[in-house]
Design a protein around this ligand. Structure first.
Ligand SMILES: Nc1ncnc2c1ncn2[C@@H]1O[C@H](COP(=O)(O)OP(=O)(O)OP(=O)(O)O)[C@@H](O)[C@H]1O
Ligand SMILES: [Mg+2]
Length: 410
């Protein structure tokens, strides 16, 4: 192993699947993915742990598989967290510089961070991220780094992401009991955004929409800064459940039919109107039939509902008219054929499907929206894991994604 090469590991806890990735990094770059392990998981509901024992076991299975493939042992991991308990707000801190010469020093920056962190938290709320938006020195906005500047009044504007403390504790405990150390929690929408958004998109205004199994995670950027996060309690699993109910079949069969024929396009569906398919009943002892067009119609109408819910949330966020770069859909459900057309029609915004940009030919399967969160976590781990335990990190110079030049961790 080259001397500057190091091994990093991440854990993506999804409501349908757990993913563990082990990778090597050289300097600030992901070198190659050495091991991957996945395990089905039904221990979360809407991003919240409902079965700690089940989750711990699923994590162990995914971890064992990744370790066997890579021949490395995982000890600590960056872990994602999702769910509707996650919220974010913009807050400002203020300090005055009273020393002679008024030169802003490191401890002034530390003090203003503390001041911005002082948001009124509910009794069961915990800060997950403090993400800088800008410094303001004597009213001058848009300052990236105030160190060594002269000023009297130093303000710091940050986006603060919080979650419910007990929910976060349960998640951490499930991971710890699987034998892994939680290096840091990262909100799912932010990890995915890091893997799929360009800095240009974040500059002009974009929303990353991660449509997973149980939740749809939203992260909105404008002017290069994070402006809004939210999670909606709806995702691909709801499409499967609806299909299973309509077709009177099992969830497994419905999942297969959804993936095989669930193109989100009514016109395309007409082309195979008469195309009949047979499938087994819920009990498995009978056979039923339907048309591919019908499956496509059911999937299409559920996707429409998700798109409508996202649109409502965009309006609620206040960013709806500030997104010239539109929507970037990711997460496993973004694999549904023609989903971007449907979202574009409903939202009135340009829409593309985003997937991680992975060069590794052997691991080309990671170039899939399903792996956005895991790859985003890897990127974040590579660019900041060494200082993750410090009170506050130095900026990630040279990172191509979301946190470029920002201190992600409080
Ligand atoms: N080709 C496909 N067409 C439609 N849906 C798909 C396709 N492939 C995967 N999916 C759906 O993607 C979903 C899983 O996505 P993902 O792996 O992003 O979820 P997760 O991370 O487990 O869940 P969450 O992020 O909500 O906790 C499942 O509902 C699955 O049915
Ligand atoms: Mg997910």
């Amino acid at each position: 192993m080259a001397s500057q090469e190091r091994i990093v590991s991440v854990l993506d806890i999804g409501s349908t699947r757990i993913k563990v990735l082990i990778a090597s990094a050289v300097g600030e770059s992901l070198d190659s993915i050495l091991g991957v392990g996945t395990a089905p998981c039904s221990s979360l509901k809407r991003g919240v742990v409902v079965d700690m024992e089940g989750l711990t076991q699923a994590i162990q299975r995914a971890r064992d598989e990744a370790e066997r493939m890579s021949s490395y042992t995982v000890s600590s991991v960056l872990v994602n967290v999702g769910g509707t308990h996650i919220t974010g707000l913009v807050n400002r801190g203020l300090v005055t510089i009273s020393r002679p010469g008024r030169e802003i020093q490191r401890d002034d920056v530390d003090r203003v961070w503390e001041s911005a962190r002082a948001v009124l938290l509910g009794p069961n709320q915990e800060i997950i991220h403090v993400i800088p938006r800008q410094y303001i020195v004597d009213g001058q906005e848009g300052i990236k780094d105030p160190l060594r500047m002269s000023g009297i009044r130093l303000e710091f504007e940050a986006f603060i992401v919080t979650g419910q403390a007990t929910i976060l504790d349960n998640l951490r405990r499930s991971v710890t009991e699987s034998g892994l150390k939680v290096e840091r929690l990262v909100v799912e929408g932010l990890a995915s955004a890091d893997a799929v958004l360009s800095s240009e998109e974040k500059e002009i205004g974009v929303a990353c929409v991660d449509i997973g199994g149980d939740t749809t995670d939203l992260a909105i950027f404008a002017g290069g800064s994070l402006g809004y996060v939210a999670a909606l309690p709806i995702g691909g699993r709801h499409i499967t459940m609806d299909l299973a109910m309509m077709l009177k079949t099992s969830l497994n069969v419905a999942e297969e039919l959804k993936i095989a024929y669930g193109a989100v396009d009514a016109d395309e569906a007409k082309d195979f109107q008469d195309s009949q398919i047979s499938y087994s009943t819920a009990s498995g002892d009978g056979v039923l039939s339907t048309t591919k067009a019908y499956i496509s119609e059911v999937v299409s109408s559920r996707v429409e509902e998700i798109a409508e819910a996202v649109k409502l949330e965009l309006v609620h966020s206040g960013y709806n008219n500030m997104l010239p770069a539109g929507l970037v859909l990711t997460g496993g459900t973004a694999l549904a054929a023609r989903i971007s057309e449907k979202f574009s029609q409903i939202s009135g915004l340009r829409t593309r499907v985003g997937q991680p940009n992975i060069d590794d030919v052997v691991f080309s399967s990671f170039r899939s929206p399903s792996f956005s969160t895991a790859i985003g976590l890897l990127e974040l781990s590579i660019h900041g894991e060494s200082s993750a335990s410090q009170k506050r990190r130095r900026p990630f110079r040279g990172l191509s994604g979301l946190f470029k030049g920002l201190d992600l961790f409080d």
